[in-house]
Unconditional design. Sequence first.
Length: 111
Amino acid sequence: MQLKMVEQDDIVNISIEEERMDAHNSGDLKEQMLQLFDEGKCNLIIDLSSVRFIDSSGLGALVSGFKNASAREGSLKLCCLQPQVRSMFELTRLHRVFEIFANHDEALESF
């Protein structure tokens, strides 16, 4: 999975640069987040602007990251969801679990 990571103070911005987030690549994101948590970086913003499709594996990777961040008193926030991806979050009611922002700046300001 192609990820672009930028650190701003104690927040790591992860841009997922793939059109699909599914069983083939979501494990990579999960591993990367675990590595960041192990390094003590527990505040993440996940930018999903490039993602046009997400399946249960992709959602599972994000839920796993959310739980790990929360367990370490950090947080995982999402931004820039495409309409198709947003509808998956609403269908699964995960939009009630995650903090979802229209753009990166709003997500950054929420910390």
